[in-house]
Design a protein around this ligand. Structure first.
Ligand code: PMP
Length: 278
């Protein structure tokens, strides 16, 4: 089921939001965020809502609702689903008026909530993309902007054509940035847990930060540093963090088979325990 709040009311189905003249359709002034409800729990909901406000500002838009208003709507919408539902929560802010530059005050808001079961901890394959994350001077990389996904989905299509589920993207300096749609962690050959240092080229994931904090709570320090692509070839584990799958293991990188390893498994368990306490 899809449920969308738009223009003061809830509707079911894939309801229209844009007009043919709208800025977002024409020039891509659209931002979104993705949060989840898992069996009634809303892990890190507020940071996701805060980020959609921040992303809006970065594109010259203005989110018409504040965090409290959005949270109230999310809770109202989630309550319309069964109590054990696993849901994706997607607030969207988009530009309507404006010739070239969007008129911030004319930004509109929609909130879509839909069934999306949490993927199992079974593993996915990934290859190295030929496409790069843009530098901050080349695209609005500090926003969760829909426009950025034109390149991410290009990387996904390239990966699919090569028989892989996912793509690992480098930054313009040749260091590992992230998966096309989630952040990347690895366990190095000597057992260190590592994730690329935030450098503005990829999304500072809310799940990434949460997993770093949860592992720290167990005494496991995550090294945030530059990661050379060669490290992917010797890593004991590679796993992803992101709102959709939370923590999921990469079990094949190029021609290498990897295990769904103990660090990823522990991170997943910790995340699910954190969810239950949220
Ligand atoms: N990178 C990209 C490109 C993403 O689309 C996502 C999913 N939102 C992430 C990273 C993970 O971010 P988060 O943990 O905040 O969902």
């Amino acid at each position: 089921m899809y449920l969308t709040y738009f223009d003061g009311r809830w509707s079911e189905g894939n309801i229209p939001l844009y007009g043919a003249m709208d800025h977002s359709l024409w020039l891509g002034s659209s931002v979104f965020d993705g949060a989840r409800a898992l069996r009634g729990h809303l892990p890190d909901l507020r940071p996701h809502l805060e980020r959609v406000i921040a992303s809006s500002e970065k594109l010259g838009l203005r989110c018409p609702l504040d965090v409290d208003e959005m949270e109230a709507l999310v809770r109202e919408g989630v309550a319309k689903f069964p109590a054990d539902a696993e849901l994706y929560i997607r607030p969207l802010v988009f530009g309507t008026d404006g010739f070239l530059i969007p008129v911030a005050e004319a930004s509109r808001f929609a909130l879509t909530i839909f069934d999306a079961p949490l993927p199992p901890f079974s593993g996915f394959s990934a290859c190295l993309s030929t496409l790069l994350r843009p530098q901050p001077s080349m695209a609005p990389t500090d926003a969760k902007a829909s426009a950025l996904y034109a390149n991410s989905t290009r990387a996904m299509r390239e990966a699919k054509a090569r028989g892989f589920d996912q793509a690992i993207m480098l930054d313009a300096d040749g260091n590992v940035a992230e998966f096309a749609t989630s952040n990347l962690f690895l366990v190095s050959a000597d057992g260190a847990v590592v994730t690329p240092r935030l450098n503005g080229t990829f999304l500072a994931g809310i799940t990434r930060a949460r997993v770093i904090a949860l592992l720290a709570g167990e005494g496991v320090r995550v090294e945030e540093r530059s990661v050379a692509p060669a490290e992917l070839l010797s890593a004991r584990e590679i796993f992803s963090t992101g709102n959709f799958g939370k923590v999921t293991p990469c079990t094949r990188y190029e021609e290498r088979v990897l295990e769904a390893g103990p660090v990823a498994r522990r991170a997943r368990e910790l995340y699910l325990a954190f969810t239950d306490a949220s």
